[in-house]
Design a protein around this ligand. Sequence first.
Ligand code: SF4
Ligand code: SF4
Length: 265
Amino acid sequence: IVTVAGNVERPRNFEVRFGTPMRDVIVLAGAKPDTDRIIMGGPMMGYAMPGDEVPVVKATNCILVGSPTLFPPPPPEMPCIRCGECAKACPVDLQPFEMYWFSRAKIFGKAQEYHLFDCIECGCCAFVCPSRIPLVDYYRFAKSEIWAREQEKEAADTARERYEFRLAREEREKAEKAAKLAAKAAETKAKLAQQEAAKAAEGTAAPTPTAGDDAKKALIAAAMERAKQQAAAPLNTENLTPDQQAQIADAEARRAQALPAEGKE
Ligand code: SF4
Ligand code: SF4
């Protein structure tokens, strides 16, 4: 339900779907030709819309159609005279002029100390102000600046936390990698030591005799035995009979005779 009022022929309530352009609603209400602005909300707390194509949203409870006659230009802003009228009119018992000073000076911390965020933006202070200071505009400006700074701080904190988390993760991964490499190196070292110990054990251990070795040994022993027997056997030129000795002498003589003849030739 949206209330349409102000510079229209037929002010009334309309049942409007979200997203409907405000233009369509004020045409139904009969907007007058001298319409110069559209305000969402009431005359004191409403916001001027940038155009008539703005859609109706959940917060659109009232559309106030304005004209120069209905909303004449505000008189020029004058300096605060600290009369205190704004404080008397405030329904929340705030100090509007203090909040105004600190908001204008952009000392937002002090403005918050004066309970800036307790202000309901009713506009009573600005209405009674003899200096015609748009006090609510200053409060809205201060609030938006504080929110923006808080968002920036939150984003910076998030970025810092992410950076620190990334650093911690990189450190952890580095440590895990180093531990894995150390474990692998220790394993390799242990394997090498094991292999060297096995080799040393093989070098010192007596060779196990095999069947082939036994056969070789038997052959060698037999050969040595034969050589011994041959050395112990008598020469075939010993213990000869006289006939045998005569035959040998005869053969030697013939050989002696044959040798000079061969040398002459
Ligand atoms: S009413 Fe206006 S002039 Fe008076 S103290 Fe408040 S801000 Fe200042
Ligand atoms: S706009 Fe804020 S400071 Fe001004 S009267 Fe209303 S509640 Fe008080």
